[in-house]
Design a protein around this ligand. Structure first.
Ligand code: BYC
Length: 496
C-alpha cells in the first residue's frame, strides 16, 4: 500500500467509525469515548442516577415487558436503526453525533464565514450552556409527563410508539449531558445532575419551560403533545443544528432523525382519532358533528373537543418560542450560537444588521403588525415557521373530515389566544383573535379549552387494549405498521 493509499484507507476507516456506533463501552457512542477516559468516567458516574431517574419517573410498569424498539446503530441516514425486542431498562442509550462536515464554517452572525468552533469559545460559554441546559431539561420532562399513559394505551402498537418516544427522549437527555460533561467542566457536571433532580410539575423544583410542567392526562393529549410540542423541538433543534459550536450542531442533526418519528406518532394519532369519529358519526347517521352528546354516546371523541385540545396544546407550544422581541435571541444569533430555521438555505447576508421583520404586537389595545429589527425578532420568525409547519396537519385532518362529508374544520387558534409568554400574555383573546375582557373569558373559556367535563369524558374512554391487533373504540388502526410489520403484530410482549 502506498502512503497515499494508506492515508485514504485510514480516512475511510475513520468515516466508518463515525458512522457506526461503538458498543464495546458501557455507553454506546460514535465519539471515541474509549479514548476519552475523563468524559467516559463522568458519564459512567452519571449513569446510575439516570437509571434511578428512569425507574422513578420513566414509564410506570412495563419495565419487564419486551418492546419492539428501534435502536440507533449508525448515523448513516440511509440506515441507522435496528428493530428488536428490548426491555426498556436494557435499552442502549448512546451518544451519537452526525458526522463532522469538513471545513464547516459558522453560517450566520458576527462570525459568519469563520471556521466552526470545536471547543466552546470563552466569551459564549454562559449562553451556550444555558441553551444546552434548557434543551436537555425538556427531554426528561416529557418522559415524566407521559409516565402513566402506558396503563391506558389504546393498542399494543400505540404502547410501543409511546415507549419508543420515551426511550429516545431519554437518549436526547444523554446527548445534552455529553455536551455538558465534555465541554463545560465542573459546572457542566453540576448541570447534568440538576437535569435529573428537577421534576415536571413539581412545586419546588419544576422543569424550566412552561409546557413541560403541564399534565399529559390522556392519549389525545399525548398525540397533541407529539404533534405540537415535539414540533417546537424540531424547530429549536433545527436552529441549534446551525450553531457555530460544531459538537452541538452535530448532536442536534442526529436528534432530528429520531424526532421525525415522534411527530409522525402525533400526526397519525390525531388522524386516526378524527377518522374513527367521522366513521362512527357516519355509520350512526349523525348529520351535525356539533351534537356533542350524540357523538359521545358512540364512544368516540367529538370534533369540538378535539379542537379544544388542539387550542390548548398549540397555545402552550407557542409559548415555548419565548418573547416575540428578544435580546437573548439577538445575542445568540450575533454570537453564532443559534441560527434560523434552515439558515443555510436562506438567501440573505446572514448577519441581519439592517433587516427588519414584521411582528404582531399589542398597540393601543389592538393586535398590530409592526416592523422590528430582524435580529430581535428571531423568536417571532421561528414561531412563524413553526405555525406554517403546524398548518400541514390541519390540511390532512380536514381532508378526512371533508371526505366523510362533514362541514366542520379544525383550525389553529390566533396567536393571541391563551398565551402566558410574550406580547399577549396580559390580554384575553378568542381563538379568532378578538380581544375580550376577563368576564367574557371566564364565561366562555370552556367553549375554547377542555373543561373538566371534557377531561372526564376522555378519561372514561381510556381503557387499555392489550390484545394483539385490537384497537380501542375511539381510534382507527394505523394504515401501516412499524418496520413494515402488520397491525396485528405483537409490538409489546407484556410482562408484569
Ligand atoms: N417558559 O427573551 P425571552 C423539545 C424565559 S422542545 C418559561 O423571551 P429567549 C422537546 C427565558 O428562559 C425545544 N420561561 O426568550 C419537545 C428567559 O429567562 P431568563 C426545547 C420562558 O431566551 C417535546 C426569559 O423568559 N429547546 O426539544 O429568546 C419533547 C426571557 O426570554 C419561556 C429549546 O427551547 C417559557 N415558555 O427564548 C421533548 C432551545 N420562554 O434567561 C423535547 C433552547 C422564555 O431571563 N432554548 N422564557 O431567566 C432557547 O432557545 C430559548 O431559551 C427559548 C426562549 C426559545 C426557550
Amino acid at each position: 500500500m502506498t502512503a497515499e493509499q494508506d492515508a485514504s484507507h485510514n480516512e475511510q476507516e475513520h468515516a466508518v467509525n463515525i458512522m457506526n456506533v461503538d458498543y464495546s463501552t458501557k455507553i454506546p457512542n460514535n465519539v471515541n469515548l474509549s479514548e476519552d477516559r475523563q468524559v467516559l468516567k463522568a458519564l459512567e458516574g452519571w449513569h446510575p442516577g439516570y437509571i434511578d431517574w428512569w425507574n422513578d419517573m420513566g414509564p410506570d410498569g412495563f419495565q419487564q415487558s419486551l418492546v419492539y424498539l428501534r435502536t440507533a446503530y449508525s448515523v448513516d441516514p440511509r440506515g441507522w436503526a435496528k428493530f428488536d425486542y428490548v426491555k426498556m431498562p436494557d435499552y442502549r442509550w448512546g451518544i451519537l453525533l452526525a458526522p463532522q462536515e469538513e471545513n464547516r464554517v459558522i453560517p450566520f452572525g458576527e462570525n459568519f464565514g469563520q471556521p466552526a468552533w470545536q471547543e466552546v469559545p470563552g466569551e459564549h460559554r454562559a449562553t451556550l450552556r444555558r441553551l444546552i441546559v434548557i434543551q436537555g431539561d425538556t427531554e426528561p420532562a416529557s418522559v415524566e409527563q407521559q409516565r402513566y399513559l402506558g396503563k391506558t394505551a389504546p393498542s399494543l402498537y400505540d404502547l410501543r410508539n409511546l415507549f419508543q418516544v420515551n426511550v429516545e427522549e431519554g437518549r436526547h437527555l444523554w446527548a445534552m449531558v455529553y455536551l455538558l460533561q465534555k465541554y463545560f467542566g465542573r459546572d457542566g457536571r453540576e448541570e447534568a445532575d440538576e437535569l435529573l433532580r428537577r421534576r415536571s410539575g413539581d412545586a419546588d423544583s419544576p422543569r424550566m419551560l412552561g409546557a413541560f410542567n403541564e399534565a399529559t392526562p390522556d392519549w389525545l393529549s399525548f398525540f397533541m403533545f407529539t404533534y405540537f410540542t415535539d414540533r417546537d423541538g424540531k424547530m429549536q433543534l433545527h436552529s441549534l443544528a446551525q450553531s457555530g459550536f460544531d459538537p452541538l450542531s452535530r448532536t442536534c442533526r442526529f436528534m432530528l432523525t429520531e424526532e421525525a418519528h415522534h411527530m409522525f406518532v402525533g400526526e397519525t394519532g390525531i388522524s386516526r382519532v378524527v377518522q374513527r369519529t367521522c366513521e362512527a358519526m357516519k355509520a350512526a347517521g349523525i348529520g351535525d358533528p356539533n351534537d356533542v352528546a350524540k357523538v359521545r354516546a358512540l364512544g368516540v371523541i367529538d370534533l369540538p373537543t378535539i379542537q379544544k385540545k388542539l387550542n390548548l396544546h398549540y397555545s402552550l407550544s407557542l409559548d415555548l418560542f419565548g418573547s416575540e422581541v428578544s435580546t437573548n435571541a439577538a445575542n445568540a444569533f450575533n454570537a453564532g450560537i443559534k441560527g434560523r430555521y434552515k439558515e443555510t438555505a436562506i438567501d440573505d447576508d446572514h448577519r441581519l444588521q439592517n433587516a427588519t421583520y414584521p411582528v404582531l404586537k399589542l398597540i393601543d389595545g389592538k393586535i398590530t403588525k409592526v416592523n422590528e429589527p430582524a435580529l430581535t425578532a428571531l423568536n417571532m420568525r421561528l414561531r412563524d415557521d413553526y405555525t406554517q409547519d403546524c398548518a400541514k396537519g390541519m390540511l390532512r385532518w380536514n381532508k378526512i373530515i371533508a371526505l366523510a362529508g362533514y362541514d366542520i374544520r379544525l383550525e389553529l387558534p390566533n396567536v393571541a389566544f391563551h398565551r402566558q409568554i410574550g406580547e399577549f400574555r396580559d390580554v384575553r383573546a378568542t381563538p379568532d383573535g378578538v380581544l375580550i375582557d376577563d368576564a367574557t373569558w371566564n364565561k366562555r373559556r370552556n367553549e375554547w379549552l377542555p373543561s373538566s367535563d371534557d377531561g372526564d369524558f376522555i378519561a372514561s374512554l381510556m381503557t387499555p387494549v392489550t390484545e394483539t391487533g385490537v384497537y380501542a373504540s375511539w381510534i382507527s388502526p394505523p394504515k401501516v405498521g412499524i418496520d413494515n410489520k402488520p397491525g396485528d403484530f405483537e409490538y409489546v410482549k407484556i410482562e408484569t
